[in-house]
Design a protein. Structure first.
Lengths: 247, 247
DNA sequence: CATGGCGTTCCACAATACGGCATGAAGGGG
DNA sequence: CCCCTTCATGCCGTATTGTGGAACGCCATG
């Protein structure tokens, strides 16, 4: 279904570049103007796009999309349960806090964020994705997946993003064992350079990992001496979210 | 573009009923199974859907959609700015707090929510829509729109949802004048029966209304004597969000 | 007044999505 | 144990539907 795939790509492009004009999108995709235009009108009629208030030839995402939420966040549950513990954690450590959920395609997606007030801080937008095998949140999830699923995932080697990335399946498995023992996962420059994160999983009633909370901070502020305390706080926060979510 | 429109409808249906099977969707739409199936596969390939973890014949929304956010919430700005003041407001009044933004088609969409802990409380999910002319948040927005736009909107009569709904355009205009004078809007059973709300607008630098914060409570707990104080608190909260958002 | 860039509309063609049907797998009842 | 239903999924000829080049109208600029 070519037209559907293309429409969704265009929708995503509008989201990234909003408010955006027809012409900008045609340059972006190299498609005929009429094709892009027709797609935009269709998306608008369906209620997913709307014209910008100030410049009606620019398009932006309508609020309608908010009714379409990932299963992991359905109802209020997880999202609402996580918010206040995350804020409290931020107040304790004054670093950026993320909530991420696993998605298909071996990636984690940032679902919520609470900022710290340092002038220099890590930056991920809601919706950003990162690889399961090279992030603290990913490891926190993997560590609590059934053995079978991990084996399915961890075969051969993974993509590397720097010299610290774990690219070997066997190495990943031993790291996951450490994560289980400590209760939290740590990432030193495995994915993005200059960024560290400490993460712990949020589980459902059956022990299935639903999401992970992470403290994320620039390398420059990371002190090994703080690790144990940060780990403990993140783990407690994750446990509190789990408890609230089940209630 | 029939296939695009249909795919979006199916996507919305999946969001409402997830995790859902092909068969359930065919019943819902009265379409041939193969058509629905093909659509689901396409949406999945585009990364918008994924198979449920436990039952792989059930479909649910993938986390990809989170990267597609309404213009009103772009970046972190409004959404992040609103969160903490909303929580503080909830702590003060112990009632449910909503943040809503106007959408095309004369409706307000709930963008965020902070719950109170009363056993009986109002319930709106993120993404829920309600009519501009019959809600406190809608009035808060309309009251700060340029005269020209209000005139365009307020022509003839509006749909009524009960005996308290303002259905006359002229009557709405005088109500909006009162809202401007008081600084906040009040809704007594105008839309949903048994629910009251008090709302104030969040403005951008040019005075354009971007969103509205509301305290929402069941009729049974509403005391006229509290109104002035609730109104003041909501107005202060909206002003604080505005200030944080501009910063 | 000419020009270029823009968003928008039109239309004949052919690529593409449609949907009836067939298949295969899974569960339930006799 | 086998039949029978129910379900998800794959196939394929047909005609519906989306395609994209071209033309239009609008606006700002030289």
């Amino acid at each position: 279904m070519k037209s559907v795939t293309r429409s969704l790509r265009i929708l995503e492009a509008v989201a990234r570049h909003q408010p955006v004009t027809v012409g900008e999108l045609t340059k972006l995709f190299g498609l005929p103007k009429s094709t892009v235009q027709r797609t935009l009108v269709t998306l608008n009629e369906a209620g997913w796009l709307r014209a910008n208030r100030r410049d009606t030839t620019r398009w932006e995402i309508g609020a309608r999309v908010l009714a379409v939420r990932p299963a992991a966040l359905q109802g209020s549950s997880l999202f609402a349960a996580a918010r206040e513990p995350m804020i409290r954690l931020r107040d304790r450590v004054n670093e950026t806090i993320h909530l991420s959920v696993p998605d298909a395609l071996h990636s984690m997606v940032v679902v919520d964020r609470v900022d710290c007030d340092h002038p220099v801080r890590t930056f991920h937008t809601i919706g950003d994705t990162s690889p399961l095998h090279a992030t603290a949140t990913g490891h926190a999830i993997l560590a609590h997946l059934p053995r079978r699923e991990v084996d399915e995932f961890a075969t051969g080697t993974f993509e590397g993003y720097g010299e610290d990335t774990i690219t070997d399946a066997e190495e990943l498995r031993t790291e996951l064992q450490r994560v289980r023992e400590r209760g939290y996962a740590v990432n030193h420059n495995q994915y993005l350079q200059g960024i560290c994160a400490i993460a712990a999983p949020v589980l459902d009633g059956d022990g299935v990992p639903l999401a992970a909370v992470a403290v994320s901070l620039p390398d420059s502020r990371f002190e090994p001496g703080r690790l144990a305390e940060l780990g403990r706080l993140v783990t407690e926060t994750a446990a509190e979210i789990t408890a609230r979510h089940l209630r």
